[in-house]
Design a protein around this ligand. Sequence first.
Ligand SMILES: Cc1cc2nc3c(=O)[nH]c(=O)nc-3n(C[C@H](O)[C@H](O)[C@H](O)COP(=O)(O)OP(=O)(O)OC[C@H]3O[C@@H](n4cnc5c(N)ncnc54)[C@H](O)[C@@H]3O)c2cc1C
Length: 572
Amino acid sequence: MYAFCVKTSRLGPQYRAAALDELDGGSFDVVVIGGGITGVGCALDAASRGLSVALIEQRDLGSGTSSRSSNLIHGGLRYLEQLDFKLVREALRERELLLRSIAPHLVWPVPLIYPIKHRIWERAYVGAGITLYDALAKLGRSTLPRQWHLSKKELTRVFPGIKKDEFVGGIRYYDAGTDDARLVLAIARTAAQTGATILTSARVTGFGRDEAGRINSVEATCLESGKRITVGAGVVINATGVWTDATEMLVGDTDKDVTASKGIHVVVPKSAIDSSVGFITKTKTSVLFLIPQGEFWIIGTTDTPWELDLDHPAASERDIAYVLEQANRVLARQLTTEDIVGVFAGLRPLVIGNAVSTAKLSREHSITEPASGLITIAGGKLTTYRVMAQDTVDRACEAVGVDVPPTKTDQIPLVGATGYSAMNDSREELASRYGVTESEIRRLLHRYGSEATEILDLAASDPILAKQAPSGPYLGAEIRFAVECEAALHLDDVLTRRTRLSIECDDRGTEAAEFVASIMAPLLGWEGAAVARELEHYTKRVAAERDSQTMPDDHTADAARLGAPDIRTLGA
Ligand SMILES: Cc1cc2nc3c(=O)[nH]c(=O)nc-3n(C[C@H](O)[C@H](O)[C@H](O)COP(=O)(O)OP(=O)(O)OC[C@H]3O[C@@H](n4cnc5c(N)ncnc54)[C@H](O)[C@@H]3O)c2cc1C
């Protein structure tokens, strides 16, 4: 059998088989439900404090909200307006830690413009807000440049594509960007390397209790094989985002604690907007972000209640029209649906408060104990996952009377972080050693950090692995790495989260699907019928999303509507 006691960050199919065996009938200090940023953060925190940890995710790592965000690691300027200084200061400290030491390969500075329409009062008001933002950042030892006031002329120099007569100037400041899905993955792999056992494609369906009524186990079903397992737990952490209430229902708690608010983004090519900086401004119901990411712009977002299927949120025609309309209020060259190469929709898990609209509900997290032995963590944001994890593990240990050392995740670099800076400094040398361009080295370093050479070595070992996927920059080697080290089990995992082919190509990744499947198939033991099923499911998922995008009102993007049953429940 696989030597499981070896801590590894290589989450391939062999690892998964061994994890399933280990969980079945096994017992752990902590069982975490949910493999979004909150759950993987908790798994890393608990494992690094010496606890034995199992994490169970029903689909793919990051497949819920955590791969559908605006991809910003930010303090949240708008929370300053709500006078939420604590939240902003905490988030800015996390931003700095991620940029500097935890994930310098996956988190990068993003210059942003906040535009000004009114010369005197608005410049003073916004300027004061951003000064405070910078000051709070400095308390967290921020290394990012401070704000810079721009005249109208300077604004049009850095952002030539802006409507010339709309603004009198702007304020330039910095936040940070990331690839949310890859950040989740890096945290999960680091947790595994620290000793946590990660099992994906397994749904928690129930709980067991001891004689005193305390929860002491979880029941789960492997969605690949249908196998049912029982996992002993000292304490269970419910980190299931918008599914929080569904998970709590399994222990008979019928209170509604979390509401889902949908936010959508559209993706357009870099050439569609002439600017060297990102852009942020308030809209009637949300915030408009234009965020540069690689060869694309991510434009969002919306904030509307979502009451349909939590598994398959989708953008409607109205959502897309709204985002384009907001962007076109500031852009000289008007964007149309023709410019859009990708669209994605996510659900914010908002803790229910007294606020009337979802835009006003708190982004802070809440930790509760709905049943003895079950700790629920809800709300929060991507940026503050580490603090949320620390609070949750503290609370879980307190609930079961276990003494643990304080968290040390602020000192744990994620996989790929150690050695990244040195490699980044020697990009030119790496490029000539591997016979690729320096920009290709930069692309790989941002995705894999110091593991980039593993991708380059794989590519050098086999011409198929050196080939690029049709309609995208991703190499065959990256697809193989996704299966062997990054827990990818299905085509959708690779096309949507390990790569971003599903939102970076007009064809939404369908053209690359066969190439990707041809590399995944031998590694995952797919025969002809399995390959056909994966391709059919992916194509129908894309069709369901496109279909929803032509409807004025909300519809789910459940591929089952088009006759493709959920790929993860076929074996169950
Ligand atoms: C439009 C939008 C933009 C955003 N932008 C930003 C941003 O720029 N910066 C920022 O910091 N934050 C942002 N956020 C917020 C952030 O994305 C979320 O707060 C965060 O991703 C929530 O993570 P989570 O782990 O709690 O939930 P999820 O990522 O949804 O994870 C929950 C997981 O639980 C699993 N699960 C559910 N039930 C079960 C079960 N029974 N068994 C096993 N597993 C189960 C699900 O499959 C899922 O993977 C944004 C959110 C949205 C929607």
